[in-house]
Design a protein around this ligand. Sequence first.
Ligand code: PEP
Length: 247
Amino acid sequence: MGKPLIAGNWKMHGTAESARKLATQLSQHRSQDAVAEMIVFPPLLHIPAVSDILATSSISIGAQNVSQYSNGAYTGEVSAEMLLDQGCKYVLVGHSERRAVFGESDQTVAEKFRAAQNAGVIPILCVGESFSQRQQDATLEVVAKQISAVIDLVGLDKVCQSVIAYEPVWAIGTGETASPEQAQEVHAAIRTQLGKAGRSTTLLYGGSVNKGNAAELFKQPDINGGLVGGASLEADEFMNIAQLVEA
Ligand code: PEP
């Protein structure tokens, strides 16, 4: 069984002040003995301030993106070593917004995954199908292919040591959520693809999770927690969702 985890993707929202405020509220409310690990993914520029605020809390920090390169003449990029240096334990790779808006291919995502792991940062590999792919009954094939691209580059064991987030593209930021059955079907298929080594891999669901739909999703046998976007920007709502991972 994967370990319970709740992750909040703040995306490109907020100011330095609002990031500090949200981090402070979370650190005040999060118990040190909470069962699930909580991670926040602030905008890159706000990571140092958030990292300072959360230093004595049990909340981990992650980045929303990473370069596939380790250092050198790559203007505008940030390496996994730099993220580690700023206190990041995790990094998102292959978020659907990176794939769709910034054209990241399965190969680039796999290289980013490898760069993160090589530096000692745990990648959270995001996978998921578009609405038209679901309509064409291609969901399981699309997700398996996205995961296979990473397995081909780094090997199955390394993928099993990461976290995988199933996030149907049509459910991200839309208010639409996969039903618990739809989500479980994909999570079970991912578990099967990973084989024996993947029995303890943490698998998250993401896509318009809120405190109203989280309980049923997190009850599914192959769902170990959630990757939450919009609802993670409000401390009370995110805390309520986190409690449901532990229920
Ligand atoms: C996300 O950004 O990964 C996400 C799932 O967003 P939202 O919860 O807003 O759909």
